[in-house]
Design a protein around this ligand. Structure first.
Ligand code: ZN
Length: 103
């Protein structure tokens, strides 16, 4: 009879984590917003996290989005050039987010 500590049902559940492209902090995936490079090559926010394509993650903090866009971290992470339209969509999305404390 296995003792309680080794029963599979009692294993601690691992929370999936991802790195924020903006500030490089590792955060629970559910607290991050996915950015996807779609199959059409267009980069867009993917709040559902389900769109097909290569994804990158950003915290729901405008500062992280600003950093990721300005320093081209998002482009590097997704390995794609973000066109002006795509950039505008990301900036517009970021403007709806709360701004964190200045770094
Ligand atoms: Zn961040």
């Amino acid at each position: 009879m296995p003792d309680a500590a080794t029963r599979p049902g009692l294993r601690p559940r691992r929370v999936p984590q991802r790195t924020c492209v903006g500030c490089s902090s590792v955060t629970a995936k559910r607290e991050l917003i996915r950015i996807v490079r779609g199959l059409d090559g267009v980069v867009r926010p993917d709040p559902t996290g389900k769109a097909a394509g290569r994804g990158a993650y950003l915290r729901a903090d405008r500062t992280c989005w600003d950093t990721a866009l300005k320093k081209k971290k998002l482009e590097r992470s997704l390995n794609v050039a973000i066109l002006p339209e795509g950039r505008e969509a990301l900036v517009a999305y970021a403007q709806e987010l709360p701004a964190g404390a200045p770094a």
